[in-house]
Design a protein around this ligand. Structure first.
Ligand code: NAD
Length: 418
């Protein structure tokens, strides 16, 4: 088996969509090469006085439609190819929902569970100093991703502001409310997953109440999606995170799970209730459910999983959870996949609202945030749904088609410098 490379996976879908659009290689090869790739070393004085050096990355994939936008990930598997793929998916995601951003992404190769809060703060600040020449509200705007949160964004904002000599809230999104964050941003990605899941079932003449759901990943995206789907009447029968996978035939009491999760450092391990049993990660992904939400990392739905899974609908909360080989199997099996660049775009849409509020020094109320999120996301959903029919292709290819059309158009209008 060839080794999984997320950037190659992204390129293969790009080529597929380009062939449907009858694009020549020279029409879209600007999307094959990230505009900028930066690797920084981040020395950190640890609590015991020793100095450790961590590697960090920031990639700007494409800025033809606006400043680059994309999260920062802290994970021991972070590497340049992963960050490049994640940055490219951000260019496509912003284009598919038609917000005026390009794509970027960053990360540090680190297992944050091994660091104290003090060490994580020092690492964040040093990394920010390293990528400082690239970021800024008009250049490149980071946000949270795996293992980063509002607090980390607050430290990035503060570090950047210290260098500039004045407060620059618009340099990051997903910040705490007190320093310019937006209402609704922490829940936005999970809300988008709930909304796109509801919409796809509606198109298939099925309704949410009673839908059996499995969710892999119980963090910012998975936990919120679980909570909102539960509130819509879905039966969440399988959940899991890095610590364990759990099954409950009658459906979890998600409020009870969330109370446990809060008190257990954000992990599901050890959760007990009537009818709950521990299962393997593979059993979670292939559980007898109607709808599956992968909301952890890439390369989760592999060919083995694709052959065995029982869900008829997949809503990709994570970025790149399905390999291209697995995607073909799912298509052959008639399984509907709402692709990542659409399904998890809720986060970047509300990040855009946060940036707009920062620039205008305005504060929107939660109704305005959620109403506009739903409007933009469902408009994009309809456009992609229509492209599926027009181009007679899979949902994912249709999303790439809608996005690529906009990116190629912008590129053509701007022309090639010099
Ligand atoms: P998070 O760190 O809040 O949560 C990640 C979850 O995945 C945790 O519950 C973790 O335990 C679990 N996990 C990690 N490794 C796992 C494994 N091997 N098996 C099972 N579970 C595992 O991260 P997040 O922000 O929820 O991001 C999850 C995914 O969603 C990522 O692919 C991310 O790029 C994507 N995403 C996030 C946002 C956002 O706004 N945070 C937006 C769009 C897409």
């Amino acid at each position: 088996m060839t080794e999984y490379n997320p950037y190659e996976e992204m390129l293969s879908t790009l080529d597929l969509a380009a062939s449907k659009l009858n694009l020549e290689e020279s029409d879209y090869n600007f999307l094959r090469y990230p505009e900028r790739e930066l690797k920084v070393s981040c020395p950190v004085r640890m609590d015991d006085g020793t100095i450790k050096v961590f590697e960090g990355y920031r990639v700007q994939h494409c800025s033809v439609r606006g400043p680059c936008k994309g999260g920062i990930r802290f994970h021991h598997d972070v590497n340049m190819d992963e960050v490049k793929a994640l940055a490219a998916w951000m260019s496509l995601k912003c284009a598919v929902v038609n917000i005026p951003y390009g794509g970027g992404k960053g990360g540090i190769q680190v297992d944050p569970t091994q660091l104290s809060l003090n060490e994580i703060r020092n690492l964040t600040r040093r990394y920010t100093a390293g990528i400082l020449p690239l970021i800024g509200p008009e250049k490149d705007i980071p946000a949270p991703d795996v293992n980063t949160n509002a607090q980390v964004m607050g430290w990035i904002m503060d570090t950047y502001s210290m260098f500039m000599g004045y407060s620059v809230p618009g340099v990051v999104t997903g910040k705490p409310l007190d320093i310019g964050g937006s209402l609704g941003r922490p829940e936005a990605t999970g809300r988008g997953v709930m909304l796109t899941g509801r919409e796809v079932l509606k198109k298939l003449d099925r309704s949410y109440p009673g839908t059996k759901v499995a969710i892999q990943g119980y963090g910012n995206v998975g936990r919120v999606a679980a909570t909102l789907m539960y509130e819509e009447g879905c039966k969440i029968t399988a959940i899991g995170d890095v610590s364990c996978s759990l099954y409950c035939e009658d459906g979890f009491d998600i409020e009870d799970v969330n109370a446990y999760w809060e008190s257990n450092k954000g992990l599901l391990k050890g959760y007990q209730a009537q009818g709950v049993q521990e299962i393997t990660g593979f059993e979670l992904l292939t559980a007898d459910v109607d709808l599956l939400v992968p909301a952890a990392l890439e390369n989760t739905i592999t060919t083995d999983v694709a052959k065995a899974l029982k869900a008829t609908v997949i809503v990709e909360g994570a970025n790149g959870p399905t390999t291209s080989e697995a995607d073909k199997i799912l298509a052959e099996r008639g399984i509907m996949v709402v692709p990542d660049i659409l399904a998890n775009a809720g986060g970047v849409i509300v990040s855009y609202f946060e940036w707009v509020q920062n620039i205008q020094s305005l504060m929107w109320d939660i109704n305005e945030v959620n109403k506009n999120l739903e409007r933009i996301l469902l408009r994009a959903f309809d456009e992609v749904w229509e492209a599926r029919t027009t181009y007679d292709c899979r949902f994912r290819t249709a999303a790439y088609i809608v996005a690529m059309k906009r990116l190629v158009e912008a590129h053509n209008i701007r022309g090639v410098f010099p």
